[in-house]
Ligand binder design. Structure first.
Ligand SMILES: N=c1c2ncn([C@@H]3O[C@H](COP(=O)(O)OP(=O)(O)OP(=O)(O)O)[C@@H](O)[C@H]3O)c2ncn1[C@@H]1O[C@H](COP(=O)(O)O)[C@@H](O)[C@H]1O
Length: 109
């Protein structure tokens, strides 16, 4: 059984190939384009941050749900730009062993 993110990537690719913006939310977003997908990410990002500030188990579960929305919309954005999840994973792997503070300092920040 593949990982949920891999399964989601395959589903999004299939929706993109079908190109039917009527019956699928994903296809509708892809037809609308990067600007619309980006605005959904901004909206969902604000919602996950708000949820993370809510107390207790309810807030924790709300944060999980909102994080799912962010990840889904980010995956749709990657598909819109023909970027594979594996490419993002490679970028993250490239950063292993590199301190975030050192990387920041190397940019003069
Ligand atoms: N993981 C998701 C997923 N997460 C969130 N969403 C949708 O993202 C939308 C965002 O939430 P909002 O509350 O902002 O919705 P909204 O106000 O209707 O959105 P807008 O009109 O503002 O765009 C909701 O409609 C959710 O249903 C998702 N839609 C689809 N998926 C996955 O994609 C698959 C394919 O979905 P379809 O493309 O719709 O067939 C599904 O089986 C899921 O696995």
């Amino acid at each position: 059984m593949s990982r949920p993110l891999d399964q989601l990537e395959a589903t999004i690719a299939a929706r993109k190939a079908a190109g039917d913006g009527e019956s699928s939310y994903t296809a509708k977003l892809l037809v609308a384009g990067v600007e619309k997908i980006g605005s959904k990410i901004t909206e969902e990002a604000a919602e996950v941050v708000e949820a993370a500030g809510e107390p207790g188990e309810e807030g924790r579960q709300h944060t999980i749900a909102e994080a799912g929305d962010v990840l889904y919309h980010l995956m749709v954005l990657l598909a819109a730009r023909d970027i594979a999840l594996s490419e993002v994973e490679q970028e993250l792997a490239r950063r292993f062993g590199m301190s975030g503070l050192e990387e920041k300092a190397s940019r003069g920040k």
